[in-house]
Design a binder for this molecule. Structure first.
Ligand SMILES: [Zn+2]
Length: 95
């Protein structure tokens, strides 16, 4: 095998890796094959909203600060199967 043959193979390998990643790694529910709707459920969430009181006694909302204390679960939106194992993947694909 000549040098140029080797480089050609390497290039092909890289190209196929890039091309397959978005389409083949879709999350699909193993129970009902749903791949459209999913639920993210957060446990023990504290919602804190900061308000500033104005000179006339009215309030303005400054910022929202939510904190998730418990676990974040991930479910199939169709049959409710626990898909928390896919949650990391979900976060990576969240835009
Ligand atoms: Zn399902």
């Amino acid at each position: 095998m000549s040098y140029s043959d080797t480089t050609e193979i390497k290039r092909k390998k890289i190209r196929s890796k890039v091309a397959t990643s978005p389409s083949t790694q879709r999350i699909t529910c193993p129970e009902c094959t749903n791949n459209k709707e999913f639920l993210e459920v957060s446990d023990g969430v504290i919602l804190t909203t900061r308000f500033i009181q104005n000179t006339d006694g009215s309030f303005s909302q400054e910022l929202d600060d939510s904190q998730v204390l418990g676990q974040v679960k991930f479910y199939c939106g169709d049959c409710g199967a626990d898909l928390t194992g896919f949650h990391k993947r979900f976060l990576e694909m969240l835009f």
